[in-house]
Design a protein around this ligand. Structure first.
Ligand code: M6R
Length: 618
């Protein structure tokens, strides 16, 4: 999605803004722009490309001024071109705006403003905000004392989800959020006697990653809140308002996990994050006990469990279904978040607060970012139907965490690569942990599992990276890759196919091996690449039959397995792990294969085209 960052303080704003934008580039990167105030005038530079390219072309970080706003765009309304890039400026040139989200009533607002003489330059929904700030009865640009009223008037006119920051030519920053993230980072924050908040410098951003290198003190705006940052006698004053008036905000200490945001010795975040699974899987397995127990108690007491998520997190939700059934013999439904609305009839449960179980229905929402719009919509809908909300998130400060009755952090640290890698395995590891604790609480001691040494298991798979890279070279020109599997391994096939699609732009399809003969076999010929997920478990023998079927049609076979077979043209080996935990590790060779195929096919694995890390629009 789009990213916003603003800075006001005692340093040059532009380099800080450019650096912040690159840290958030995972959110979207069609075009980039900055506005600063220099000599009481707004200066805007913007253009198509990623942060590095636009900066090199337009010298963004050479812009003057100690206050500014910046934006990376992920196009929703209007094509990708220089004019549609943010910031957008009011007709009188006195206010510039950056926006994330969608102004749903922009057509009506645009026509109202046009009939009043406003001239629009872009095709974006965002530009209406700049013109509204100029048009309002107490316009922000002319009347400093009435800014709060003007802002609240403005937000009452906008419908949809948005966060925006406007830079006024006098150096004031104003903005608001509604269902899109906006966080204010504060350098040397302090409170005045009347509770008023002051700081030496302020960052306002869509993600704490944008400013964590400078401060770990932050104010989290809630939906419906607006802010003003301006000069005061004691430094910068930070005022927050909602429709009832001024809001006293607490300053939060942002968690240490966010500090680890460098690529280190790796060429890309994606490969760094794949390697980090040595630690992240163990960390997820050993999340603090009391919160896990509370989740377990809630799940055991619930009348019905529904699990949801999007993309890789949806695949983790599918893993939850297999694990709950296998380890706990508990059933659940899984609904992909974007389909929740359309399947609510099936999952609707009458108010059953009187039921023996006491907790009623529970929705377990899985999300790395905790900001995915489809997931948040599902959660809000489920809550309105009486569901209790549990969630697994990577960001404990996210909207999903805050809207849940109870959340667990998967503790994977920042994931910058657009493709989910370590967050997926951390979600799955935590789901194993929950299911094992549930089985224990149910007296199913036979299901106690030794998790062994995850770091060692990941390490031995990573040792095969060179071989995986040469396998990627061998198949790099494939137009399709089929991943066949059975049982729980089919979920890993889905996740592997998603990695190949998004990282290497190759068509990849997960197929239930037994379904080959019901149709997909017609696709297989001498040019086909088939990956067989073939662990030595109850699926092994039947899988071999399917491998024979594709082999005899001439396909090139890559076996991912803990057992050799002469049927494979090559094998990506999984070292001996506890069979129940095997699927957790089975995904790693697929992640590596997708990463190396991306490199061989000249794709940027960190920033796949058309995608964004946090999908905060519907
Ligand atoms: O932040 P979330 O886990 O809610 O994100 C869900 C999906 O957008 C995400 O998993 C996406 O599919 C990734 N690009 C997959 O690699």
């Amino acid at each position: 999605m789009c990213s916003i960052i603003a800075y006001k303080g005692y340093r040059d704003a532009a380099p800080l803004i450019v650096r912040g934008l690159s840290m958030m580039e995972y959110r979207g990167y069609d075009s980039v722009g900055l506005a600063t105030v220099h000599n009481s005038r707004l200066v805007v530079r913007k253009g198509v490309g990623n942060v590095g390219h636009v900066n090199a072309r337009l010298n963004l970080d050479g812009m003057y001024g100690s206050v500014g706003i910046g934006h990376t765009r992920w196009a929703t309304h209007g094509v990708v071109n220089d004019i549609n890039a943010h910031p957008h400026v009011s007709c009188d040139g006195r206010v510039a705006v950056v926006h994330n989200g969608i102004v749903e009533n922009h057509v009506e607002l645009r026509s109202m403003l046009t009939t009043r003489g406003h001239i629009f330059r872009s095709e974006t929904d965002s530009e209406v905000i700049a013109h509204l700030l100029e048009y309002l009865p107490t316009p922000v640009v002319y009347d400093g004392n009435s800014i709060s009223k003007a802002l609240l008037d403005l937000t009452s006119m906008l419908s949809g989800s948005y966060s925006f920051v406007a830079l006024v030519h006098d150096g004031t920053l104003v903005g608001a959020r509604n269902h899109e993230p906006l966080i204010i980072g504060l350098g040397n924050p302090r409170k005045g006697r009347d509770g008023m908040l002051f700081a030496d410098e302020c960052f306002i951003a869509s993600d704490v990653l944008a400013f964590i290198g400078h401060t770990d003190k932050a104010v989290f705006l809630a939906d419906g809140e607006a802010f003003i940052v301006r000069e005061a006698q004691k430094g910068l004053s930070i005022e927050v308002y909602d429709r009832h008036g001024k809001v006293a905000k607490d300053v939060t200490q942002v968690a240490w996990e966010f500090a680890d945001i460098d690529k280190g010795r790796f060429a890309h975040y994606t490969i760094k994050e794949i390697h980090e699974q040595r630690d992240t899987i163990s960390r997820a397995f050993s999340i603090e006990g009391s919160r896990v127990h509370e989740v377990v108690r809630t799940l055991l007491a619930s009348r019905r469990i529904v699990v949801t998520g999007s993309g890789s997190s949806y695949h983790a939700a599918l893993m939850a279904k297999h694990l709950l059934s296998r380890i706990c013999m508990v059933g659940c439904d899984v609904v992909v978040a974007s389909e929740f609305l359309y399947s609510m009839d099936t999952h609707y449960v009458d108010d059953d607060s009187n039921c023996d179980h006491g907790v009623g229905p529970v929705l377990l929402a899985v999300s790395q970012s905790g900001e995915t719009a489809d997931v948040l919509d599902a959660v809000r809908m489920a809550r309105s139907k009486g569901f209790r909300i549990l969630s697994l998130v990577n960001s404990p400060l996210s909207t999903l965490a805050r809207e849940s009755d109870l959340f667990l952090s998967i503790n994977a640290g920042p994931e910058i690569g657009v493709a989910a890698t370590k967050s997926f395995t951390a979600q799955v590891a935590l789901l194993y942990r929950i299911c094992m604790e549930m089985a224990k609480a149910m007296g199913r001691s036979t299901m106690e599992i030794d998790i062994g040494n995850p770091s060692m298991h990941v390490g031995s798979i990573l040792e095969g990276e060179e071989h995986i890279a040469s396998t990627a070279e061998r198949i790099k020109d494939a137009s399709s890759v089929y991943i066949i599997a059975k049982g729980i391994h089919h979920v890993i096939a889905l996740e592997g196919a998603l990695k190949l699609k998004e990282l290497a732009y190759v068509h990849a399809e997960a197929i239930h091996a037994g379904e080959l003969k019901h149709g997909p076999l017609a696709l297989i010929d001498g040019k086909s690449v088939v990956i067989a997920l073939n662990p030595m478990d109850q699926t092994y023998r039947d899988m071999l039959t399917s491998v024979h079927e594709v082999k005899s049609r001439g396909a090139y076979i890559i076996g991912i397995s803990d057992a050799e077979s002469s049927l494979y043209d090559t094998i990506l080996a999984i070292p001996g792990v506890e069979p129940l935990l095997y699927p957790l590790y089975e995904v790693i060779p697929l992640q590596l294969l997708a990463y190396h195929m991306a490199l061989k096919r000249d794709c940027n694995p960190d920033y796949p085209r058309n995608l964004a890390k946090s999908v905060t629009v519907k």
